[in-house]
Design a protein around this ligand. Sequence first.
Ligand code: FAD
Length: 455
Amino acid sequence: MIEAERIQVLRDEPVDAAGNYVLYWMQQAQRESGNPALEYAARKANKNGLPLLVVFCLVTDYPDANRRHFAFMLQGLAEAANRLKQRGAKLIVHIGSPPEVVAKLARNAALVVCDRGYLRHQVAWRRDLAKALGKRLVQVEGDVVVPVECASDKREWAARTIRKKINGQTGRFLQSLSATALDVPARKLDISGDVEISCWRRVLDDLDIDHDVDAVERFTPGSSAARATLTGFLRRRLPGYADKRSDPADSKASELSMYLHFGHISPVEIALKVSRAKSPSKADKEAFLEELIVRRELACNFVRYTPNYDSYDALPEWARATLRAHKSDARETVYTRQQLENADTDDRYWNAAMQEMKKSGYMHNYMRMYWGKKILEWTNTPRYAFATALYLNNKYFLDGRDPNSYTNIGWLFGLHDRAWTERSIFGTVRYMNKEGLERKFEIDRYVEWVNQLDD
Ligand SMILES: Cc1cc2nc3c(=O)[nH]c(=O)nc-3n(C[C@H](O)[C@H](O)[C@H](O)COP(=O)(O)OP(=O)(O)OC[C@H]3O[C@@H](n4cnc5c(N)ncnc54)[C@H](O)[C@@H]3O)c2cc1C
């Protein structure tokens, strides 16, 4: 089922009866299964007796993207292309700016369908495409459980202000989505892209992108790997998630964030499988769904309603005021950005966290909090700390450059949080220290585990 609230007409034109295909511009939802935009396009294709053409645009200057991100994405796309072929649709990949590429292909389309993203450039692409097109353009929002404007029509203060609004509607939006069989096969369409995505390794090497950050081995890209990760999580980690979620030394985390970021798996599918799982306790399920739905969708809310979401100036006024008041406090230790990036501090827990990020493109949530709070403590100004944390976050994390990235870097500086006891440097912004790590966890086990990760 595709709920009406997920569907938005971005350009209101009649379906072009002379069109040769229905065109789905895949961008945020890079998957063949559990993708409402794709299913909407498939239904329109059948209704009009047309084949379904899917296009993906490779944007070589995509903000903050490097080889690590492209490697993960291209492999996921290769799988999606293969699966779409089996469904009777055709996925082609072009290099170029989406509004230009899609508008060109749209000339022979009956209508165009796209998915939804919330970041500035994603919104701008869709707006520019709607302007450039002479065709009907329909956006289908499929990478959140509750469509962002249904959850709230304004920027929310914190999880506590959006929780009820989201949880009151999840039942309505947690619906299975069946795959529509395609009536007209697309194989006869004589259209090809700029690159052959099945040869993704060659495509990756040839792309004019930043090749400085290596691809990682720890996580296998694509929808099949995402599903396998989910299955393993349901069996082994969801039981106990509520109690142990914070422990980096004995992780219960799902490790699904990079798949969600690239749209390799639908959050609705994850939430349904978690809700229906038999063995875990109610508390485990609720704790996980709080993260997957409430926290993740609070991040979408922040980005949707905060035009400067990636700026220090987007932090709440109370947080900027308290950090301003403590800006000149003496720092016991100051590290340069380079020392931080080299994991070269006197704190072995912090260094391990930075190494986990660099080597594997991921870090446990609790260590992300500790890692970021220390950057605030160890740099000369909060504004510089913000820029440094965001830079490292987006450079190394596979799940970086996401609404979650901007929101959680903001959280380090007080966003969506409350005031705590006043102290040096932090003012009333929440503080964390290494004694907390030592008291709560067998943190040396975490360090040992990171040390054995391959470079
Ligand atoms: C400083 C800092 C930076 C972060 N940067 C990112 C980032 O770049 N990209 C990113 O996706 N997440 C980021 N997070 C949020 C969180 O740490 C990760 O989403 C989580 O660790 C991913 O691991 P997981 O999938 O195993 O999480 P699980 O615990 O298994 O959670 C399941 C899903 O819930 C969502 N989720 C979990 N925690 C949060 C949270 N605090 N806020 C919003 N959604 C959440 C994620 O989509 C996650 O995949 C950051 C947190 C901090 C404190």
